[in-house]
Design a protein around this ligand. Sequence first.
Ligand SMILES: [Zn+2]
Length: 113
Amino acid sequence: MCLGVYLHRFILQCSPLSLAPGARPATIGRMTDKYKAAAEAREAALCEPCRGIQRNWRRAPGHAELVQTQNWKEERGGKPVTITRWRCDRCASTWDYENDKNNQQAGWSLPSR
Ligand SMILES: [Zn+2]
């Protein structure tokens, strides 16, 4: 299960180019628009407490209605860091929290799924 999640995330992190090797620039443009629209939809769905979460900052707090659903490890500069996934009880948004003590800019983010 953990490995499956890890692989899935790995695939998600590949660039659009590697996902679509034969893609032409126009296709990439449309894909970028699609990602952008999806990102905007995620933002629009956020409830008030979720909007208040400070992102990409180590040890920034979440909020009381977040419920942890999963955790796994990923490599950052050759070192394993733990990522926890949370679901908001109020707006059903999914959040990831990356706990990397070597990176002050790791923290809360909205994953692309
Ligand atoms: Zn929320």
